[in-house]
Design a protein around this ligand. Sequence first.
Ligand code: ARG
Length: 589
Amino acid sequence: MPTVRQFLTRVVSDAFEKCGYAPELGHVTRSDREDLCQFQCNGALSAAKLYRKSPMQIAAEVTDKLRDNPIFGSINAVPPGFINIILDDSFLAEKAFEMLNDERLLLPKAEKPKTIVIDYGGPNVAKPLHIGHLRTAIIGEALKRLARFLGHIVIGDVHLGDWGLQMGLIIEELRLKQPGLVYFDENHTDEYPEEPPVTLEDLNSLYPEASLRAKNDEEFRRAAQKATNELQNGRRGYVALWRHFLSVSINDLKKSYKKLNVEFDKWLGESDADKYVPELLKILEDKKIAYLSDGALVVDVALPEDEEPVPPVIISKSDGSQLYATTDLATILQRVRDFNPDEMWYVVDNRQAMHFKQVFRAARRAGLVDDGVGLYHTGFGTMNGKDGKPYKTREGGVMRLSDLIETVTEAARRKTAESETAADLPEDERERVIEQVGIAALKFGDLINHRTKDYVFDIDRFLSSEGKTGPYLQYTVVRIKSVLRKAAETGAESGEILPPENEVERALIIRLLGVGDMLLRAFEEKAPNIICEILFDIAGLFNRFYFENKIITNPDEKRRASWLSLLELVSKTISLLLDILATDVPERM
Ligand code: ARG
């Protein structure tokens, strides 16, 4: 289904063609001067240069062809050659009603769906999630849902960090604590126990202890490196142990992600790329692009036009151990084999920009992907404290994600108590509302910013019921739902949407009809903040409309029915967009 803007582009392009000009000139955009018109076409200005005529004359010829079309309220040529378009109110009403009755709200669906792997989350096994994992989860989930809604085939892969040195570290730390465990006995040939030898708490303390020890104890560090190599080479006891670590850790990760409404399609990890490493090495050798430098195997990826030095990618070190880049290259092979994607998006911190630049260039040089396959580092900035530095705990440490969610929920609890939100609800429902408000505050505090920008964590501002916040949107939807419930109770029925009666109503309909274009732009730019902006636009207009007009008590039955439909449309649209941003809305609050 084309958007209204796309439809207008077609109509205006036809007119350009009929007047003897190239149809591409008929490109229509939303107006940047809403006080003057709703849509505009600037094609006559470009046409003037191509056809050596005055732009006003061309604009006039084109508008003359269109003036009789009933979809236009007015279509005018204005100096120096713009075409200004205002749609007819009946056309707006008709379209809005059509939108309400369409399952997908007339929103666009890709004609040629792409297969897209989105790599986000990126937690590390045995290390608890911390706030560095927040943005990738929130942004990645939104992008995944957006792409999927637009009809693409999307694979959201958590890409667990489950194969690095941290595994050897905790294996060795566990050996110090429980040397008698059967996993360490090299002569053990039977099955290993099904019960994990560690609890989640054990696991959470093993890593920090081990990493501290490794800093001060050279021998321990070497042992951990050796254990990592042995694990990677398939030592049975270590693999069994590793599986336990993995399952204990994944269980916990799933719980944390659930709180954020984040769901992965695939729980693959760095370990799943391991079996592609030999093939990767073979390709690099066949293509003769890897060479030894100080004992390490490296691939050059610098280009003459680089403005900053791009160091070679290190594939393996002199002791044979593999690195982060090796895993990412092997993962590209794995993804090509398993999913044959058109695009791979890596929703990872901006600070890894150089890593991805190197990896992507090496992948291209090695021909791991076809030229047409898009590799994108969809980077993001950091969440900072009020001091402008990455957000820390009071003690200055890295904050666990679960503690952050706890902090936010507590703040939401205080705030809802103050404002007596959800005060009349039963205890468990109120508790649920508090959680939903807290998470929405956190998510919108994040998503409203362009992903590449840093932002300041300010929970009081995020929780405000005014301004561009999650709770503001939740209040708005709850308000609409409550009006619709009341209407249903009084027996007021909704009906056909009538041509708008006032400016705010008209502007609201225009916004609703523009959602499709905005979704396409958000997808193109991989920018969920665009979805936030439409949401706040629609909610703001709706709230004005609601306060300025009598809806349920409107004496004109047809108008009332029309407005109830409009409310339904607003509610459906906002709910759909919130769902793309993986944000829940309470039924009442
Ligand atoms: N586990 C990594 C980290 O904590 C993030 C992984 C991102 N994805 C990737 N394919 N490199 O930094």
